[in-house]
Design a binder for this molecule. Sequence first.
Ligand code: PMP
Length: 423
Amino acid sequence: CRDTTASLPVLGRDVTVPLVTGGEVTYAALDYAASAPALQRVWDDVAAYAPYYGSVHRGAGYLSQLSTDLFENARRTVEEFLDCRDGDQVVFTRSTTDSLNLLAAALPADCQVFVFETEHHASLLPWRDARVTYLNAPRTPGEAVATLERALAERDPHGPALVCVTGASNVTGELWPVRELAAAAHEHGARIVLDAAQLAPHHPVSVRELDVDWVAFSGHKLYAPFGSGVLAGRADWLTAAEPYLAGGGASRKVSRRVDGGVDVEWHESAARHEAGSPNVIGAYSIASACKALTEAGFDALVAREQQLIDTVRAGLAEVPEVRVLSLFGDDAPRVGVISFVVEGWNSSHFAAALSAEYGIGVRDGLFCAHPLVRTLLGSDPQTQGECGAPEAAPGEKSLNAIRVSFGAGTPDEHVERFVRAVK
Ligand code: PMP
C-alpha cells in the first residue's frame, strides 16, 4: 500500500505555510472532497503535451490533427475507465454540476425525477423545471432502496422517469447502494444517473456492472486540474434533445431558408453538446488521471485509503467532544470523507485553528448539501445555517460542520497531525 502512494505522488507535497505560532510547516491538504491535488503524473503529461496543442476537429495542420486524436482518445480512455456499454456517449463538460445540468436540459417532456433530499446541490437542484419528487433521508441503505421503490410504485408508469443518486456522500463519505437503486429504477421503468463526483476518485465505477444509465464526475476531484468534467451514458435522450449550447462544433450543417431564417442540422454524436472550442487540456488531463488510477489499481488505492480512514476515525473516537456525522452508521462502507462537529466549538473557528496553528487545510460549512447537513446536525430545516452566514457562537449548538477528506498521495503524517491537532 505504501508503494502505491509513492507511485502516485500529488502536487504540493513540499509546499510550506506559515503558522501563527511562528515558523512554517508543510501544508496538509485534507480537503480532497472539494478539490484533490493534481497527480504529478497528470501534470507531467500535460506539460509534455502543452507545446504541441492546437485547435481540434477542424484544423488541417499537423498539431491540430494530433490534438484531435488526443482529444478523441481521451474520450475512449474515459469510456474504458467507466466500463461503458456499446453505444454510450462520453460528453466532456465543465464539471459534475455542468454534466447534471446538461442531462436536466435533455430530459424528455413530462419526465418525473426522483431525488433524495440528501444529495449535493449539484444533483438536487438541476431538476426543478421537471416534476420532482424529493425523497426523505433514509437511515440505512436498505431504507434508501425501499423509499425509492415506494415512490416509483406510485408514479405515473407511462411517462419517462429519472432517478438521480450520489455514489458516495460528500458529507459522510458513505457509499450508497447504487446497484440496488439502479435495479429498483429499472424495474419501475425509470432511468438512473449516478453522481460519481466523490465515488470515481476512490472506487472503480463500472456503468455496466452498476447498470446505471449515466455517470457524471469532475476532473478536479479526480486528481486532474479544474475546468473539465464528464457525462457518460445512454445516447438516446442526449441525441433527442436540443444541444446544451448552440454554436459551432455542435452543428453539422447550417443553411439559410428561403423565408430568410436559418436551418440547422445538429450532430448526433457527443459533439452535439460540446459546442464551441472544447477544453482539450481538461479532457486530456482527465484521461491521464484515469490511466494513472487504473495503473495504480483501485484495490491498492482502496486498501491504502482504508488505513487512513481507520486512523482518522479511531483518533476522533478518542475525543469525547467530537461527534462524527453519519446517516448509515459506523459500519457503513465509506470513502475518505469524514464530517464532524466538536461540542463547545464553533466549526468555523475550529477549522481556522487547524489551518493557522497546524497548517492543515480542511473545510467547514454545509458542504453544498444544506438539507443533509441540517438533518445530521438536527438543526431547524427552515432557518438555520446558510452559506456565508455567521456560525453559532462558541458554546452554542453548531450550525456548520468540519470536513476532513483525503485520498491518493495523502501521507500518514497528514492524518496523524490532524488527529493530534483535534486532540
Ligand atoms: N456532487 C458531489 C457529490 C460533490 O461532492 C460535488 C462537489 N463538491 C459536486 C457534485 C459538484 O462538483 P463540481 O463542483 O465539480 O461541479
